[in-house]
Every structure is written in structure tokens, then in C-alpha cells.
Design a protein around this ligand. Structure first.
Ligand code: APR
Length: 258
């Protein structure tokens, strides 16, 4: 099993890395992931609350779940793993972060180039007329109603995240595929790599001759093909990589930049 030192060595030799993150990146911020034993899908059926069919069938049911989820995401703060990736980007060791997460924590931690392949809670589109509302406007509406309405046509707005049964934002996915093909190192952090098409990105890197590094608490389908496989928590592992690359400890870095 690999160590943070092996990770730092592969970043030094093969960087700048492209990083692919999943929900495991945010569990140390208090946001549950989806498929581990304590994950969200152990509590609720994704096809009842996170599929486009469910939204079209019963938008209020979806919003009763999503309204609470948005509150939880906004109450969370970036953890040491998010801060480490931002520090690595500033130092030139990370080219971009491709994330499946919709929680905005990479951006809030200071990462500049974040590709949100599953959308985010920044925007809330209206499927009826194409208008769009901001997070702030939606939060204001949620103070007095269960589901936000389109200011133009009155239809119930949809969360700006990719739901099961929906296509991923084409521009984001095309850029993610290009980054995966071009990079010499794809670093996967906190993802079970079970949801396509994002789960196909490590294969793109490997087929193009790049190497794979994985930091994950549980097995993934790509473990056997990883040049470095670290079975450990993303926060401390990535913070250790920052220290080993001589970027100081995160605390100093955050103090310096804050
Ligand atoms: N450090 C490292 N790994 C962790 C940590 C941690 N602190 N916490 C959890 N993990 C691991 C879990 O063991 C699990 O293998 O992160 C992985 C998270 O996997 P999933 O819950 O499947 O999340 P993700 O891969 O992001 O799911 C992809 O599925 O439901 C959809 O749209 C949703 O974007 C999501 C997509």
C-alpha cells in the first residue's frame, strides 16, 4: 500500500497533476458521501430524490430533500484536503481539479481551476422557460416556501446539479476528458469510481500513457492499475504531501494567504 511520500514523489516526478475528486473529499467537512456504509444512499433512494424522473414526477418531494441538503452543504467548511489541493495548485503541482462534488468547497478553499462535471448549487435552472436563478435568490425563496419558483414563468426551479438520467454539462465533461488524456498523472481522491461517464476518466489517462494515483478509504475498480494507491483519509494524506513538497504546513500557508 502506498504512502503520502510515494504520492509526493509521483507529483514531483509526473506533475502538474490533474486531480479527480468525489464525495470522499468532503466527508471530513461533515458532508456524508454516497456509497460507503454511512453514505447518503444507505438512507434514501437516489431515484426518489436525485433523478430527473423523480423531479418531473414530484418536484416538491425532491425539494423537501434538496432544501435540507443545500443547508447542510452551505454549513460545511473546506477541510485540510481542499486547502492542500489549493496550495498545490498555487505552487504549480496541480493543473486543475475535476470534481463530481456540487458543494463548492474546492472553490471556497481557493482552487482556481475547478471543473464541476456534476454541476453545482451555484445555479438553479427553469426547465420550462430556460431562466436561471442564483443560489442567494433561491435561499431567500426557501425561507418562505418548500420549492423556489422561476421568477419569469412561475414553474418550480430545478437544482443546478446533474441528476440521474441527465446528461453531464458537455463543455465540462469535454474539458475533463481532455485534461485526463493530457496529464501524466491523474490523482483520484475520495471517489468509488462507480458512476459513469466520470468513472471512465482514469481509463482515458492510462490509455494515453499517463499514470494513476488513488487516495481512497475503500477499494475502487482501478486500484490494480494505480501506480500509487493510498488507503487513507484525504485530509491528512494531502496535507502531508504539501509538507513533503516543501510548501510548509497548511496552517502557515492559510495564515499567509488569509
Ligand atoms: N478520505 C478518503 N476517502 C474517503 C473519505 C476520506 N475522508 N471518506 C470517504 N471516502 C471514500 C469512500 O470510501 C468511497 O469509496 O470516498 C468514496 C466516495 O464514493 P461515493 O460515495 O460513491 O462518491 P462519489 O464517487 O463521489 O459518487 C459519484 O455518484 O450519487 C452520485 O452524483 C453523485 O457525484 C456523485 C457520484
Amino acid at each position: 500500500m502506498g504512502t503520502a511520500a510515494d504520492l509526493a514523489a509521483s507529483v514531483r516526478e509526473r506533475g502538474p497533476a490533474v486531480v479527480l475528486t468525489g464525495a470522499g473529499m468532503s466527508t471530513e467537512s461533515g458532508i456524508p458521501d454516497f456509497r460507503s456504509a454511512t453514505g447518503i444512499w444507505a438512507e434514501v433512494d437516489p431515484f426518489e430524490v436525485a433523478s430527473i424522473d423523480a423531479f418531473l414526477r414530484d418536484p416538491l418531494r425532491v425539494w423537501r430533500w434538496y432544501g435540507k441538503r443545500i443547508g447542510g452543504l452551505l454549513a460545511a467548511a473546506p477541510n485540510a484536503g481542499h486547502e492542500a489541493l489549493a496550495a498545490l495548485e498555487r505552487a504549480g503541482h496541480v493543473r486543475a481539479v475535476v470534481t463530481q462534488n456540487i458543494d463548492l468547497l474546492h472553490t471556497r478553499a481557493g482552487s482556481g481551476d475547478v471543473v464541476e462535471v456534476h454541476g453545482s448549487i451555484r445555479r438553479f435552472p427553469c426547465l420550462a422557460c430556460g431562466a436561471e436563478e442564483s443560489l442567494e435568490a433561491v435561499l431567500a425563496q426557501l425561507e418562505t416556501r418548500e420549492a423556489p419558483l422561476c421568477p419569469s414563468c412561475g414553474a418550480i426551479l430545478k437544482p443546478g446539479v446533474v441528476m440521474f438520467g441527465e446528461l453531464l454539462p458537455p463543455a465540462a465533461m469535454e474539458r475533463a476528458e481532455r485534461l485526463a488524456r493530457e496529464t501524466r498523472l491523474l490523482l483520484v481522491v475520495g471517489s468509488s469510481l462507480q458512476v459513469w461517464p466520470v468513472a471512465g476518466l482514469p481509463g482515458e489517462t492510462l490509455r494515453a500513457g499517463g499514470a494513476l494515483a488513488i487516495v481512497n478509504l475503500e477499494e475502487t475498480p482501478y486500484d490494480a492499475e494505480a501506480a500509487v494507491l493510498v488507503r487513507g483519509p484525504s485530509g491528512s494524506m494531502l496535507a502531508e504531501v504539501v509538507r513533503l513538497l516543501g510548501l510548509g504546513s497548511l496552517r502557515n500557508d492559510v495564515t499567509a494567504s488569509s
